[in-house]
Design a protein around this ligand. Structure first.
Ligand code: HEC
Length: 147
C-alpha cells in the first residue's frame, strides 16, 4: 500500500475514534446527571416516608447525600451537553448559568439546613416543603423541559 494511502486511512480512523470518544463523554455526562437527579428523587421520597414516622436520625444521611449530589451536579452542565441523549435540560440553563448554579447551590445548602431544622421543627411537612420540594419546582419551572 502507498504510504500516502496509509496516512490517509490512519487519519480517518483517528478522527473517527476521537469524535466517538468525545461523544461518549457527552453521553456519560447527560446520563450521569439524570441518574443523580433520579437518585435525589428516590431519596427525597424516602425522606418524606421516614419523617412521617418521625425517624429523624435515619433521614439525616439521605439529606446529606442529596446535598452532595447537588454540588456534584454543578459540574454536569458543560457547554457541549445542551442536547442529545433525551436530555430535558433547557437552553435557558446556559443563558443564565449563574442563576442556575445559584439555585443548585441553594438547593444543596437547604438540604443541610433541613437536617438541622427537623430536630426542632413542629411541622415536619411544612419544613420539608420549604427546604426541599420547593427547590425542585423552582428550578424545573425555569430550567427543565415539561415531561
Ligand atoms: C438547580 C436545578 C434543579 C434542582 C434544584 C432540581 N432539579 Fe431535577 N432536574 C433539573 C434539570 C435541569 C433536569 C434535566 C436533566 C437532563 O435531562 O439532562 C432535571 C431532571 C430531573 C429528573 C429526571 C431525571 C431523568 O432520569 O431524566 C428528576 C426525577 C428530577 N429532576 C427530580 C428532582 C427533584 C425531586 C428535585 C428536588 C428534590 C430536583 N429534581 C431538584 C434541575 C433541577
Amino acid at each position: 500500500m502507498h504510504l500516502l494511502k496509509k496516512i490517509i486511512i490512519t487519519f480517518f480512523l483517528l478522527t473517527f475514534s476521537l469524535s466517538s470518544l468525545a461523544n461518549q463523554s457527552v453521553e456519560e455526562i447527560i446520563k450521569g446527571r439524570k441518574a443523580m437527579f433520579s437518585e435525589n428523587y428516590q431519596n427525597a421520597k424516602r425522606i418524606s416516608v421516614l419523617l412521617k414516622s418521625k425517624k429523624i436520625e435515619e433521614a439525616k444521611p439521605l439529606m446529606k447525600k442529596i446535598s452532595d449530589n447537588y454540588l456534584k451536579l454543578l459540574d454536569y452542565f458543560p457547554e457541549n451537553t445542551k442536547e442529545g441523549f433525551k436530555t430535558e435540560a433547557l437552553p435557558s440553563i446556559w443563558e443564565n448559568k449563574d442563576e442556575f448554579n445559584a439555585l443548585m447551590q441553594k438547593a444543596s445548602d437547604d438540604m443541610l439546613k433541613l437536617a438541622k431544622a427537623i430536630e426542632t421543627a413542629d411541622d415536619l411537612r411544612a419544613v420539608q416543603k420549604k427546604l426541599m420540594w420547593s427547590n425542585c419546582s423552582a428550578c424545573h419551572n425555569r430550567f427543565r423541559a415539561p415531561h
